[in-house]
Design a protein around this ligand. Structure first.
Ligand SMILES: Cc1cc2nc3c(=O)[nH]c(=O)nc-3n(C[C@H](O)[C@H](O)[C@H](O)COP(=O)(O)OP(=O)(O)OC[C@H]3O[C@@H](n4cnc5c(N)ncnc54)[C@H](O)[C@@H]3O)c2cc1C
Length: 405
């Protein structure tokens, strides 16, 4: 449950000897951090630009990177209730025909869960027990002086100032907070020139099967969550400009075989009154910390969807940052933030590289190259495709904060 609480009221609750931590963005990363810090006895101030949240958002497949944080938060039972297991992954070729089906357990099972959940469901889960948040609030200025960060905020249209010991920008890929501390040339984007729509379809009789169709100049992804099916339909942006209905027709033309599930998804997209368009590009930053300001989640490294790991890495990073912040007093904050960057940045950038490599395989236009890709994909298998992710999962538990000096 979110508890609407403005910034002065949240600040009044912070203990006298406790660091004053501002978290910008009540999304996956910001909320995980807020909840993790609260569980450790701190009271961070959480602000969110949006109106109070009600929408369920889109579908997320969460890799085992989240398991230890969910466990630390004592939310495992609720997590399992609100999500579905993903047991099989069905890959369809450039013609739309099934190419191979993989056991997800065989690839990820040794590391923990792989679950499908609605983004809104995950946020509600993280807010279990009550998390105060100031809605319609965003920073517009950040000045760092010695051990203090002075932040200019706008809440409900009114400007005011507040002082903090640390600020965490968790306001997503297009982070406006990041642009208050990092020059534009330090933020790089990788653009695939593809994009697509996200929508919901009715559930079917394959509630534990992720299915992807890597077509020539089109991509269809079908991802179950409890009670419904998340759908992504995309292609080169030069083609998706025609709009969802015309593009859905184009996908039918480009694929020779459109199975019932895919057909249902395309019909749903064509009829949807609202669907969210997603431009497939990512973001990488030269630095994650500037003095007492840290970047977290997509604000630090925004992901292409191809490995389906952005949210999981955001949760893992939030856990790593919480562990460090909870051990630091006001004077040790800069060091705690630097240690967080030291450990998490290489891990997250490695997962981001994996997503980029998969994009070059999955997002292809021509028929001939797509057929060659089918052949390579069938040969390589999931263990190879997810090799770097498996390596990161195997090395998860080495993340100990540097000793306090
Ligand atoms: C369609 C889709 C499917 C995806 N599928 C998967 C998947 O299967 N598996 C996976 O692991 N990842 C997936 N991802 C990626 C994942 O959603 C992100 O990596 C993850 O949400 C990052 O969390 P975040 O908190 O950094 O950003 P977000 O969850 O985007 O949250 C950012 C928050 O900041 C708020 N905000 C923005 N600007 C401001 C501001 N100026 N001031 C205050 N607040 C602000 C926003 O309103 C939002 O609440 C998917 C993404 C999309 C779009």
């Amino acid at each position: 449950m979110f508890i609407p609480t403005d910034v002065p009221e949240q600040l009044a609750a912070v203990g006298k000897h406790e660091p004053r931590i501002l978290i910008v963005g009540a999304g996956v990363a910001g909320l995980t951090l807020a909840r993790s810090l609260r569980n450790r006895g701190l009271r961070p101030v959480l602000v969110e630009r949006a109106e109070q949240r009600q929408e369920s958002g889109y579908m997320l497949g969460l890799m085992p990177f989240v398991d230890s944080v969910i466990g630390e938060l004592d939310l495992e039972r609720e997590y399992l209730e609100r999500s579905v297991p993903v047991r099989r992954y069905r890959l369809c070729s450039s013609t739309g025909a099934p190419l191979r089906e993989y056991s997800v357990d065989a690839v990820l099972g040794e590391f923990g869960h792989y679950r499908g959940i609605e983004r809104g469901g995950l946020l509600e889960l993280l807010a279990t027990g009550g998390v105060p948040v100031a809605w319609r609030t965003t920073p517009h200025r950040i000045d760092q002086h010695g051990q203090r960060v002075r932040v200019g905020l706008t809440g409900d249209g009114i400007d005011f100032e507040a002082e903090f010991d640390a600020v965490v920008a968790a306001d997503g890929t297009h982070s406006a907070t990041r642009s208050l501390v990092l020059a534009p040339e330090r933020v790089r984007t990788c653009d695939t020139a593809w994009g697509g729509w996200v929508t919901w379809a009715d559930p079917d009789d394959l509630p534990d099967v992720y299915q992807e169709i890597w077509g020539p100049g089109c991509f269809v992804g079908l991802y179950p969550v409890p009670g419904r099916l998340g759908v992504f339909v995309g292609g080169p942006r030069t083609d998706t400009r025609r709009g969802p209905s015309a593009f859905a027709e184009l996908v039918r033309d480009r694929l020779r075989i459109v199975d019932t599930r895919c057909s249902h998804a395309l019909t749903t997209l064509a009829a949807a009154s609202e669907s969210h368009y997603w431009k497939l590009s990512d973001v990488r930053c030269a630095r994650w910390t500037v003095g007492r300001v840290a970047l977290l989640g997509d604000a630090a490294a925004g992901f292409l969807p191809t490995a389906g790991v952005g949210a999981a890495m955001a949760v893992e990073s939030a856990g790593a940052l919480a562990r460090r912040l909870a051990r630091a007093d006001s004077t040790g904050i800069t060091e705690a933030l630097r240690d967080y960057e030291r450990v998490q940045r290489p891990r997250v950038e490695s997962a981001q590289r994996n997503s980029r490599q998969l994009a070059t395989l999955m997002l292809r236009r021509g028929r001939t190259v797509s057929r060659a890709r089918d052949f390579a994909a069938a040969l390589a298998g999931m263990n190879t495709a997810f090799g770097p992710i498996r390596k990161l999962l195997a090395r998860r538990d080495r993340d100990e904060p540097a000793p306090v000096r």
